[in-house]
Design a protein around this ligand. Sequence first.
Ligand code: GAL
Length: 402
Amino acid sequence: MKKYAVLILLVCQAPFLSAQDMAETPPMGFMSWNYFGTDISAEKLIEIADAMGATGMVDAGYDHIFIDDGWQGGRDNKNNLIPDPDKFPEGMKAFVDSIHKRDMKVGIYSDAAPLTCAGFTASLHFEKQDAKTFADWGIDYLKYDYCHAPEDVETAQTRYTTMGDALKESDRDIVYAACEWGQRDPWKWVSDAGAQLWRTTYDVRDKWKNKSDDDNAMGIMDIVAINAELDEYAGPGHWNDPDMLVVGLYGKDGPSGDLGGTGATDVEYQSQMSLWSLMAAPLMVTNDVRDMNDATKRILLNEDILAIDQDSLGKQAKRKINDDTWMVFVKPLSDGDYAIGVLNKSDKGQKFKMKLKGLGLAGTYNSFDVWSKAEKSKLQKLKDTIASHETKVWRLSESQKP
Ligand code: GAL
């Protein structure tokens, strides 16, 4: 009798176990929105996938093509979602197969309302059918947006749960990414609806900081202000998503170029990469990877910063200091090391000096600067000159206990 009870328990838990195992580290890849907007096609995305293979991005871990809004061509006479035939002439299954053949995975996009943000067909009342369609196509990830939907949290919970349940019932592991822009504290409830990650803010624009009165015109710093406070909610299989990387866009026209998104400097782009990695964020690049300059490659392909983002412990850094000049982050890593990030928010270069004890690290440490690769041994304090808007990141290994 007892044996059967155990068996039933195991069988009942099986789908949930597999769902919990998804997105054990923050998802990575290329997301189509900031660069292409709705002007996407199978041809362009395959070019991007090939460039990602050729430049080493796939090997570095950027292993998804995330198709954002604009792929949809409505529904067929059985109400099955279909892709726009001009953009995906061979159909979606053929496109997904060709990406899988390149050892990459595919993300797709829909919305918890009749229409998406850009006005295309979305999934409300078709959740089961659409989840099955996505599974049949071989989709690996769904970004589920919340345009044209009611504001209250109860409706959001119901709609995200309905799609979450539909994905669980489909016969494929599909990572579920909620996108209601952090407006209803999704970090508190959306993982119960089945999501492995959730956007915490409105869209990032290609700039350092919002200088207007429009809350929607967020730059890198405005996103950090919100996301850095949410470390307790992050962990394997449940991530805060502070939106895409704008690294290497340099003010390109398009969604991230709107609302004053006229570009940032390479120092600022490197800071975004550092801060996103310290915050264990999903890393969705959006620049044209077919044509990357050396600075962009250096930022996106730095394996030491990527190792901090993808660390298996899955801790989001705690922000220990946030004064007028400095932000200081501490991220514990799976091998006992710590990643320490120091951002100079001010408009001029500054000398930084701090005892490690002040960050709760009482021993003696060897340090490795993940950007300059400089190594120092037996430290009890950090000392460096940090440029305006630069984020230094050190990996510290304990060399002597306190
Ligand atoms: C927004 C979303 C963006 C992008 C866009 C597509 O709501 O935050 O990341 O997906 O919709 O229309």
